[in-house]
Write a protein that binds this ligand. Structure first.
Ligand code: AMP
Length: 114
């Protein structure tokens, strides 16, 4: 089922896009939880982490991590560190059912997460 992220991919609604390639899009989270809070998403619809198949999506996931590392470097948070998060399902706190990697940085993160 199409989500709001499909509309961002199709440019039907605007977002603050910070990276785009053939397969991956990254944009600023509308409700940032840290000085840097970017969502990195695949352009194909994969609803949940549990829908990921390693033999099908390995390269795509690699591209998402490459995008995260490039953005972390470009935004100057690579040296101090950052956090990458995938929320999955209800208990994981997932709100949008199109997988997305949260790139969070620019402040010290607490552990455990809430
Ligand atoms: P999750 O809870 O892991 O599903 O995260 C969904 C994230 O999407 C939340 O951090 C929201 O703030 C963010 N979000 C929802 N709609 C938009 C939007 N239109 N543009 C940017 N970020 C959004």
């Amino acid at each position: 089922m199409a989500t709001i992220f499909s509309k961002i991919i199709d440019k039907e609604i605007s977002a603050d896009i910070v990276f785009e390639s053939d397969n991956v899009l990254a944009f600023k989270d509308i409700k940032p939880q840290a000085p840097v809070h970017i969502l990195i998403i695949p352009k194909i619809e994969i609803p949940k982490v549990t829908d990921i198949k390693g033999e099908v999506h390995a390269v795509l996931l690699g591209e998402m991590f490459d995008a995260a590392n490039k953005l972390a470097k470009d935004l100057g948070i690579d040296k101090n560190g950052f956090r990458l998060v995938f929320n999955c399902g209800n208990d994981g706190g997932q709100e949008v059912y199109h997988i997305h990697m949260h790139l969070l940085g620019g402040r010290h993160m607490q552990w455990p997460p809430g």
